[in-house]
Design a binder for this molecule. Structure first.
Ligand SMILES: Cc1cc2nc3c(=O)[nH]c(=O)nc-3n(C[C@H](O)[C@H](O)[C@H](O)COP(=O)(O)OP(=O)(O)OC[C@H]3O[C@@H](n4cnc5c(N)ncnc54)[C@H](O)[C@@H]3O)c2cc1C
Length: 393
């Protein structure tokens, strides 16, 4: 039966950004509704989706403060001690950190972070979860409560502040009339876990080979003989790999890895993600804000999307809490969030896109430039310090 309900804040999307934002409002005395298209069972116990999230130290601290960290099984957290960047056939590697030094960060399966985020928010005072329902329409009016959502079952929700956390292809963004730069890259990223003969030593490798990009990420495993293999190719080539039998796929990957890993064996399912980067023209306006991928959809190669989403929701929650019960949807208030989060995100978004452009171009000048960049980067202490700070901040 459809209803007409009123809350202080309505959050659309219970991905990591939406869940974290709701958690960050705990104790603020605000009534919040979280609307999610997926069923509650998929939020409570999300399936493995192939993503291994590289967390920065800042994100780790935040997840600890939120009580999320303690809910992630220690055996599933993989230390990242060293990162290596390889270019084409060259044996030279740009390295960050040392295999025996302090960790650069950690890798945690995405579904375990999502599960823990759901658990800490469950039963939070003032929060109502509406799962299995999608937003069908959204309007912002001139008077409070300005926001009006219509769900697919006819329910109407009014709120001072509408927060869109509904992914990089955000339906809410369109409905709110916010434009976005959307770059569909025509390439896909395939992720899966594979066992192998060699110990990974907690080293991550990003290999920009000619015509293919492969990342090998160390997975938590007592023998260190399992990695997450992240393969980027043109979309049809990824579709071909996905269709191969596990045995044929393992042989294909061994050929593509050119001897870097041997004895490969697929563990579990393969997942493919079409690649697109997005940048919203605005992150906030009168009565609304965009967070997570709905605000900025990063290329996964520099592993910043989740980390940025976590940071953005923290900034928005700080701004909203600062309103102390006043109009949380005030455009002037939300402009502070927009300003701060755009300043943080813009260099990472542009820097990552420039890196992707350089390392996926196969023209002779681009090849020369990338080889030179890898070598110069290794010899330039300030450059390495900047990249390391980006990884560990
Ligand atoms: C292969 C891969 C590897 C990655 N690795 C890293 C990494 O190492 N480090 C890192 O920081 N980031 C990484 N990322 C990025 C990270 O996964 C994303 O940035 C993050 O998941 C975005 O979270 P979100 O909550 O903004 O959006 P999403 O996770 O997309 O969640 C959006 C939610 O909104 C719901 N929804 C959508 N429309 C509606 C509607 N109309 N009504 C109701 N609900 C709706 C959806 O069902 C979904 O649950 C990776 C991404 C990929 C693809």
């Amino acid at each position: 039966m459809s209803q007409d309900l009123t809350f202080d804040i309505a959050v659309v999307g219970a991905g990591p950004a939406g869940l974290a934002f709701v958690r960050s409002l705990a104790g603020a005395g605000l009534s919040v509704v979280l609307i999610e298209g997926q069923a509650e069972t998929s939020l409570r116990d999300p399936a493995f989706d192939g993503r291994e999230i590289a967390l920065t130290h800042r994100s780790m601290r935040l997840l600890k403060t939120m009580g999320v960290w303690d809910r992630i099984p220690a055996d599933d957290i993989s230390d990242l001690r060293q990162a290596r960047v390889l270019d084409g056939g060259s044996s030279f590697a740009l390295t960050f950190g040392a295999a025996d030094a302090d960790r650069l960060g950690v890798l945690i399966p995405n579904h375990l972070i999502r599960r823990a985020l759901f658990e800490v928010g469950e039963g939070q005072a003032g929060v109502e979860l509406m799962a299995g329902r999608r937003v069908a329409d959204c309007r912002i009016g001139p008077r409070r409560p300005r926001g009006r959502l219509t769900l697919d079952d006819g329910t109407t929700i009014r709120a001072d502040l509408i927060v869109a956390a509904d992914s990089r292809f955000s339906f809410m963004r369109d409905r709110l009339g916010v434009g976005a730069e959307i770059n569909r890259l025509g390439r896909s990223m395939m992720v899966c876990r594979m066992r192998h003969d060699q110990a990974h030593g907690h080293v991550a490798t990003e290999w920009f080979d000619h015509g293919q990009t492969i990342a090998l990420l160390p997975v938590a495993d007592p023998e260190q003989r399992m990695s997450s293999v992240v393969m980027t190719l043109a979309a049809p080539a990824i579709a071909d790999l996905m269709a191969q039998s596990p045995e044929a796929f393992a042989s294909s990957m061994e050929r593509r890895l050119k001897g870097r890993l041997t004895g490969l064996e697929l563990v579990g399912a393969r997942h493919a993600y079409p690649l697109a980067t997005t940048w919203s023209h605005r992150f906030a306006g009168e009565g609304f804000a965009l967070i997570g991928d709905a605000a900025v959809g990063m290329h996964p190669v520099t592993a910043h999307g989740f980390n940025l989403g976590l940071r953005g929701q923290e900034t928005l929650a700080k701004v909203v809490r600062g309103a102390r019960g006043e109009d949380t949807g005030s455009g002037r208030l939300l402009a502070r969030y927009q300003h701060e989060h755009r300043l943080t995100s813009w260099p990472l978004y542009q820097g990552t896109n420039a890196l992707v452009r350089l390392f996926t171009q196969e023209t002779p000048p681009a090849r020369l430039a990338r080889g030179a960049m890898v070598r110069a980067g290794q010899a330039t202490a300030p450059f390495k310090a900047v990249v390391k700070r980006m990884l560990t901040a």
